[in-house]
Ligand binder design. Structure first.
Ligand SMILES: *[C@@H]1O[C@H](CO)[C@@H](O)[C@H](O)[C@H]1NC(C)=O
Ligand SMILES: *[C@@H]1O[C@H](CO)[C@@H](O)[C@H](O)[C@H]1NC(C)=O
Length: 403
C-alpha cells in the first residue's frame, strides 16, 4: 500500500521533471513547445538506448519520428503531385492544376533534418510544398537527397546539386512551363545549408546557363568551424535542437567516428594551419552588438591536423557555405534569410546576411525574437502553433513579391 502510494506521488513528479524544460519568457506558446520538446527528447533517449544496445544506429532510431509523419503521394483539387526522379535522385513534383496564366515560377526545395533525417513526403513538407505550389501558382520540386550516415558528405550535397542543375536545363524548364528567370532554391535547417551551397556552386559550373532568381534560407546551418558562437552558448539546451544534437548532426555528416564528435563538442576540431578560415565566421565583428550581448570572443583552440585530414569536409564550403570569399558571395542572387532567437543556428544566418549585404547582395533578413529552431514545422494539426503560421505567412508573402 505504502509503495503504491509512493509510486502514485513519484510518477507524476518524475514525469513533470522529464517534461519540464526551462523556457525563456519571450518564447511563443511555451506549454505546447515544452510538450513537443519532451516527446522529441524521449525519442532521442530511446534512440541512444537502442544505439548503446547495438540494435540500430542512433540516427535510425531518430528516424522513427519521420517514418510516422510520412504521408502517401496524393494529388488534390489544386495540385498534381508525382513521385519521380531528376538525374536519378527521387523528387516529389508539385504542379498546379489550374490553367497557367503564362510561364510559372518554380522552387527547388531541400527538407531539413541534420542531413540524417527527414523526407519530402513528411506531412509538414508535403503541406508546405502543396501550399506554395497552389498559392503562388508555382512548380515545386521537393528533393529526397540521400541521407547520412549511410551516405555522407558530399553525397547529400551532390544529390541536391544535380537535381537543381537538371531542372535548370532549358528543355526541362519549358517541359514544365517554368520561366527560367523565376527559379529559386530553398530549404530549412540542413536543407538551408544545401540550398546555400547549391546556389554558390552553380555559379562555378559553366554548363549551367539559367541563373537563380533567389535563394531562401530558413534557419540554415552555414558553418561547422566555430560551434561556440553566442547562439550556441545561449541555446545550449533549447527545444528542438540542443547543441549536443547539432554537434551530432554535423559530425555524422562526415563520420560516425566519435573522435570527431568529441573534438567538435569541445570546439577543438580546426587545425592551426586552417586558422585563417576563422575570419569568415568571426562573430566579434560579424554580429551586431545586440546579438553579441555580454559574450566575450575567444579564438577557438586548435585541433589535430590528422583529424582534419581524415575529414576534409569540415573545411569545405560545400558543407560550410560561410567559408567562401566576399568576391564569390557578391555573385549570389537575391536572398531571404529567416533566423530565430532561440536557436543554436541563429548566428550562422545572421552572419551570412551581414556578409552577403556587405558583398552587395540584396538580402531580406527576418529575425523572429519569439521563435525556436524548427518553428515552421508547426503548421497543421496536431503540430500547430501560431508562431509557425506567422513565419510561414511572411515567407510566402516574400516569395510572392520577389520570385
Ligand atoms: C484549393 O485552393 C483553394 C483556393 O486557394 C483553397 O481554398 C482550397 O482549400 C484548396 N484545396 C485543398 C485541398 O488544399
Ligand atoms: C576576430 O576579429 C577581431 C576584431 O573584431 C580580431 O581582433 C581578431 O583577431 C579576429 N580573430 C580571428 C581569429 O580572425
Amino acid at each position: 500500500m505504502g509503495a503504491k502510494l509512493l509510486c502514485l506521488c513519484l510518477l507524476p513528479a518524475l514525469l513533470a521533471y522529464y517534461i519540464y524544460t526551462p523556457l525563456p519568457a519571450e518564447l511563443a506558446e511555451p506549454c505546447t513547445v515544452m510538450l513537443f520538446s519532451a516527446a522529441f527528447r524521449a525519442v532521442g533517449h530511446l534512440a541512444e538506448a537502442l544505439d548503446m544496445l547495438g540494435l540500430m544506429h542512433y540516427m535510425e532510431g531518430m528516424r522513427l519520428i519521420t517514418v510516422f509523419e510520412t504521408v502517401p503521394v496524393m494529388s488534390d483539387e489544386n495540385v498534381t503531385v508525382t513521385d519521380t526522379t531528376f538525374s536519378n535522385v527521387p523528387v516529389h513534383l508539385y504542379l498546379p492544376r489550374r490553367a497557367p496564366a503564362g510561364l510559372r515560377r518554380a522552387m527547388v526545395y531541400f527538407h531539413g533534418g541534420g542531413w540524417c533525417l527527414g523526407d519530402a513526403g513528411m506531412k509538414i513538407y508535403d503541406h508546405m510544398s502543396r501550399r506554395i505550389s497552389n498559392e503562388l501558382d508555382a512548380v515545386v520540386v521537393s528533393v529526397n537527397y540521400r541521407l547520412a550516415p549511410e551516405h555522407r558528405f558530399p553525397i547529400p550535397f551532390e544529390d541536391a546539386f544535380s537535381v537543381t542543375k537538371f531542372f535548370l536545363q532549358s528543355r526541362v524548364l519549358s517541359q514544365y512551363g517554368v520561366d527560367p528567370a523565376r527559379v529559386c532554391v530553398a530549404g530549412d535547417s540542413a536543407g538551408g545549408n544545401l540550398a546555400a551551397a547549391v546556389a554558390q556552386q552553380l555559379l562555378e559550373d559553366p554548363e549551367v546557363k539559367a541563373k537563380l532568381k533567389a535563394q531562401v534560407l530558413l534557419y540554415p546551418a552555414l558553418q561547422a568551424l566555430d560551434l561556440d558562437l553566442p547562439s550556441y552558448r545561449d541555446n545550449d539546451n533549447k527545444p528542438l535542437l540542443p547543441r549536443a544534437l547539432m554537434v551530432r548532426f554535423w559530425s555524422e555528416y562526415f563520420t560516425s567516428d566519435p573522435s570527431l564528435r568529441e573534438a567538435m563538442a569541445s570546439n577543438r576540431h580546426v587545425p592551426a594551419e586552417s586558422a585563417h578560415l576563422f575570419q569568415f565566421v568571426n562573430w566579434s565583428h560579424l554580429l551586431p552588438e545586440e546579438m553579441r550581448k555580454a559574450h566575450v570572443y575567444r579564438v577557438p583552440s586548435h585541433g589535430s591536423a590528422a583529424l582534419a585530414r581524415r575529414f576534409p569536409g569540415l573545411l569545405d564550403p560545400r558543407a560550410s557555405p560561410l567559408l567562401v570569399s566576399d568576391a564569390r558571395l557578391s555573385r549570389l542572387p537575391l536572398t531571404y534569410i529567416l533566423t530565430c532567437e532561440h536557436d543554436v543556428l541563429r548566428d550562422d544566418g545572421v552572419m551570412y546576411a551581414r556578409r552577403l549585404r556587405a558583398a552587395g547582395v540584396s538580402v531580406t533578413h527576418d529575425h523572429a525574437p519569439d521563435a525556436f529552431h524548427g518553428a515552421l514545422m508547426f503548421l497543421s494539426w496536431p503540430l500547430d502553433l501560431a508562431v509557425g503560421h506567422r513565419l510561414f505567412h511572411r515567407y510566402v508573402q516574400w516569395l510572392d513579391e520577389n520570385l
